[in-house]
Design a binder for this molecule. Structure first.
Ligand code: ZN
Length: 596
């Protein structure tokens, strides 16, 4: 049994000698080797140069950013035979002993496992004896916040009036848990998370030193995953190296560690944007079938939408984004509004919280992906009200000169997925009500939001209307110029689906286009066409402009017969059953009704 243990120890030791983890191998031995903590380093070095040496230091900051390393460098700097010096020699017995961790005058205590008052009382007794071989007797207490209250009290007595040769260096990840009485007696240094690019540079260096080939995006991923901790980065680097056969690639990392690559997420999002929801869902299935956990999937989607949101806000720094920007195609970057990205991020964050209690986490993920498909059509109530208000203003001021389709639908926010196919920026079209006229000549026909069967007709209307100057608005005569430029239509029945075309042709006269918009029914029998308007006012206005309407209808369908105008007001009262005051006011503005 004993032999066995010795053998195991021997083997372990032998292996340990041969292989040193990167974090240990790369542990900085000088202040200048400490990356990412320039402010702390320069302050400490200056203090040592000026011989202003405090009796207690408190190093705080996240794990793996160099607190303990700095404590050891400081110990060497103070006890080096050439010191105190900001640049310890590293070769004198004191330096070597501290590096090996066997200096009798530098005592490292782990606060997490020596929490009791007795452990500290021992220090209290020991400090009475001066250092044996060095200038200072240095106590490095790691995770000092773990000490018990009584231990802190015992410690306080010592650091209040320490002998001149005693120096305490405390390190903690949670400085707020260290009593103020202790903190106020320490020189405090806050260590910061290390910049992603700095970590990546260190990884590149480590790979070169080990003669290992490593792809840029793979090291970027390791640096990102380590979230600012150098030690985590080196540990992950070692782990990746263990299965990488001297060439670290991102695809290997994805395979072995079960990750969703940025390319895979981008592909899924592109499928969704092009309306191929089935392909997106299949891709997700494939990911899960390949052993990627649902949690990991959600995490990666969350990271993706966070990055898109930050990019939307104009952040380009990859260290903040946590993503290499050139990996995301421009079409994906521009596909969503800030609001929609916020909604997506919120959805995935919530999903991550919820899956613990879910009947089936896989279903939850699929539901989320399915919901993502309609993300480009999401608009908040605030946004819709704002748009409607501005629309009303524009309409009243005569800026708006055309209406399309049944505009008063409340369900603006969600449209049919198949309409989106191959449209690069569907978001804007929904976010803006169809009637809104932008002052500059828009390249995209705004009518695309309308019902599919209307699109064909509407596109016949000249696009130049968009940039129409305001003075045309109340000149009905100018409308008659239009038919001359149109090709001669083929005679066919005029139907309700032609109404948007008619509305389009009346765009220069807002009142008449409103009137045309209120056509509720179209009935054609032989040579007689009956148009039923929703209100008496519209009927009367149409009657007054019957000649113009007739010529435009002829232009559209070739119909030349008799036109009769009717009113449907008696049997269909306005705004029935709608309680929303905003919709009602919009409806009354358009002299229309709200359809449910
Ligand atoms: Zn030395």
């Amino acid at each position: 049994m004993v032999i066995c243990v010795i053998l195991i120890q021997y083997i372990f030791k032998g292996e340990h000698m041969a292989y040193e983890v990167t974090a240990t191998r790369k542990r900085p031995q000088l202040f200048d080797n400490l990356v990412g903590q320039e402010f702390v380093v320069s302050t400490i070095k200056n203090a040592i140069e000026q011989k202003r040496i405090a009796h207690a230091y408190l190093f705080s900051g996240p794990r793996g950013v160099g607190k303990t390393s700095s404590a050891r460098i400081l110990a060497r700097a103070l006890n080096c035979e050439t010191g105190p010096t900001p640049v310890p020699c590293g070769v004198c017995p004191n330096c070597k002993e501290i590096t090996r961790g066997n200096s009798v005058d530098v005592i490292e205590i782990d606060g997490a496992s020596n929490t009791s008052v007795n452990d500290i009382r021992q220090i209290k007794d020991e400090v009475l004896f001066p250092p044996q071989t060095s200038r200072y007797k240095i106590y490095i207490i790691d995770e000092v916040h773990m000490l018990s209250t009584s231990a802190f009290n015992a410690l306080l007595k010592t650091i209040e009036e320490p002998p001149a040769y005693i120096i305490f260096i405390f390190a903690t990840t949670e400085p707020q848990k260290v009593p103020a009485t202790i903190r106020s007696r320490c020189q405090q240094f806050h260590f910061q998370l290390i910049d992603l690019h700095t970590i990546k540079a260190c990884l590149v260096e480590a790979a070169q030193e080990m003669d290992v080939k490593a792809d840029d995006d793979a090291l970027f991923w390791i640096a990102k995953e380590s979230t600012g901790s150098m030690r985590d980065a080196y540990t992950l680097f070692d782990q990746v190296l263990s299965f990488s056969n001297d060439h670290i690639t991102l695809s290997q990392i994805s395979d072995k560690l079960g990750l969703v690559g940025i390319d895979q997420i981008t592909e899924i999002v592109e499928f969704l944007l092009s309306g191929a929801n089935n392909k997106a869902l299949t891709s997700v299935q494939n990911l899960l079938d390949n052993g990627i956990s649902i949690e990991q999937c959600i995490k990666d989607f969350t990271q993706f939408f966070r990055s898109l949101l930050l990019m939307k806000e104009g952040i380009t720094e990859e260290a903040i984004l946590g993503i290499q920007t050139d990996r995301i195609p421009l079409v994906v970057r521009g596909a969503y509004t800030k609001e929609q990205l916020e909604a997506a991020l919120e959805m995935f964050l919530k999903l991550y919280r919820d899956i613990r209690f879910s009947l089936n986490p896989r279903f939850e993920l699929e539901l989320a992906i399915s919901r993502l498909a309609s993300l480009p059509y999401l608009a908040s109530a605030t946004e819709l009200v704002r748009k409607l208000a501005s629309l009303k203003e524009d309409l009243l001021s005569g800026k708006v000169s055309q209406n399309v389709g049944p505009a008063t639908r409340p369900a603006l926010a969600v449209a049919q997925p198949q309409q989106r196919v191959a449209e690069p920026t569907p978001v804007q079209r929904v976010a803006e009500p169809p009637q809104q006229r932008v002052p500059e000549p828009a390249a995209i026909p705004v009518q695309k939001v309308a019902e599919p069967q209307q699109q064909e007709k509407i596109q016949q209307a000249p696009i130049q209307r968009v940039a129409e100057p305001v003075q045309h608005v109340v000149q009905p005569t100018s409308v008659q110029e239009q038919p001359s430029v149109k090709p001669a239509p083929v005679a066919r029945p005029f139907t309700k689906s032609d109404v948007p075309s008619l509305v389009g042709k009346l765009s220069k006269t807002p009142i008449l286009s409103q009137v045309a918009l209120s056509i509720k029914e179209v009935e054609q029998e032989n040579n007689s066409l009956k148009l039923t308007f929703s209100t008496g006012f519209c009927r009367d206005t149409a009657q007054e402009n019957l000649e113009l309407l007739g010529s435009l209808i002829k232009d559209i369908s070739g119909f030349t017969g008799k036109i009769t105008v009717l009113c449907a007001e008696a049997e269909q009262p306005m705004h029935k059953g709608v309680e929303d005051p905003i919709l009602n006011s919009i409806a009354s503005l358009f002299r229309g009704e709200v359809q449910n």
